[in-house]
Design a binder for this molecule. Structure first.
Ligand code: COA
Length: 324
């Protein structure tokens, strides 16, 4: 018999040791701690060491999630890694992670939906499980955006950080993932992008062309609108009002965007999980890392209702309602 639900069995995260503070950035570009804090809410971010890669972060986050879920490599029958910064083009990050963890022969792939990657992976894993195609999925959002950041561009380099978050999702008859909602609109592709790739070709990174490019103001406006719409869509799909939510776990790009979504829901900020101050924008890693922070510090309890949302390049955006 097919299970009624997929359910979060364990969470994990990994942040690189090295921390870059706003004071450090003041020495690198023409910026101030005051500007960064007031415009973004970010105070520090973690950055990978020279010999450290996204796969290292994903492996540690995955191990932590598997330990929390009390599952072994042999139990995992689906691996999905959301990322825009894979260690290499192929094999995909799912396969590379399989090898690190000693997981054999199950479906494994990576997907690229920018900052919404983890929500996309969650949606797909939930569908695999509810259709009976998998019983125990490992889903990871991992990113090393520092490797594609222009460290001389003050309008972007203050925003991003590195990290990985992971979740083990298992088949369950108890309520777990209640609904997922995915959207994308490629008409906004030029507002936030990395200009190069294998087929188009790469410029010399040092020429200053191959870096994240963003129209910050435009991104901000669309993000606020689309996130406002998607949280409403998610609640309506579940015949639910925001006062029944225990926690909002938003994509951690900018405190002002998060506050706008909370205002839309009339949700006090005490019920919003915030990591943006310490992590910066870690793209697809931000939601699973924020989830793990609040699970491990005891704020999120079994049986509570969580609303996860994310927005990123594409644009892509998505949300999930979860009974934890
Ligand atoms: N330090 C100091 N000044 C800076 C700066 C920095 N790090 N970055 C930009 N500025 C300056 C600009 O040059 C501009 O100066 P000017 O008025 O003399 O031209 C001024 O600050 C205002 O820039 P603006 O871009 O209008 O600021 P903003 O209030 O929109 O904030 C962002 C900029 C990037 C913080 C904001 O637009 C944002 O967060 N956008 C969304 C980004 C995002 O979330 N991206 C990822 C989506 S997943």
């Amino acid at each position: 018999m097919k299970p009624a639900y997929s359910r979060i069995a364990g969470t994990g995260r990994c942040l690189p040791e090295k921390i870059l503070t706003n004071a450090d950035l003041e020495k690198m570009v023409n910026t101030t701690d005051e500007w960064i804090c007031s415009r973004t809410g970010i105070e520090r971010r973690h950055i990978v060491a020279e010999n450290e890669t996204n796969l290292d972060l994903c492996e540690k986050a995955a191990c932590n999630a598997m330990q929390a879920a009390d599952v072994a490599a042999k139990d995992i029958d689906l691996v999905i890694v959301g990322t825009t910064t894979p260690d290499q083009i192929f094999p995909n990050m799912g396969c590379l992670l399989q090898r690190r963890l000693g997981i054999h022969a199950c479906t494994a792939f990576s997907l690229e939906a920018a900052c919404t990657g983890f929500i996309y992976a969650l949606d797909i894993a939930d569908k695999f499980i509810r259709s009976g195609s998998a019983k125990c999925a490992l889903i990871v959002g991992g990113e090393t955006l520092s490797r594609m950041t222009d460290w001389t561009d003050r309008s972007t380099c203050v925003l991003f950080g590195d990290g990985a978050g992971a979740v083990v999702l298992q088949a369950s008859d108890e309520a777990g993932v209640l609904s997922t909602h995915l959207h994308a609109d490629g008409q906004y592709a030029d507002l936030l992008y990395f200009p190069s790739g294998v087929s188009k070709g790469f410029d010399d990174m040092k020429s200053g062309k191959d870096f994240i490019r963003m129209s910050g103001n435009e991104v901000f406006k669309v993000a606020v609108t689309k996130l406002g719409e998607i949280v409403t869509e998610t609640l309506q799909a579940n015949n639910m009002t925001a006062d029944k939510l225990d926690w909002l776990i938003p994509h951690q790009a900018n405190l002002r965007i998060i506050e706008a979504t909370a205002r839309k829901l009339k949700l006090p900020m005490e019920r919003v999980i915030l990591t943006v101050r310490d992590h910066g924008n870690t793209s697809t890693a931000s939601v699973p890392m924020a989830l793990d922070v609040a699970v491990r510090d005891g704020r999120i309890q079994r049986g509570q209702t969580l609303l996860l949302e994310a927005f990123g390049a594409g644009f892509t955006w998505g949300a999930a309602l979860i009974r934890y």
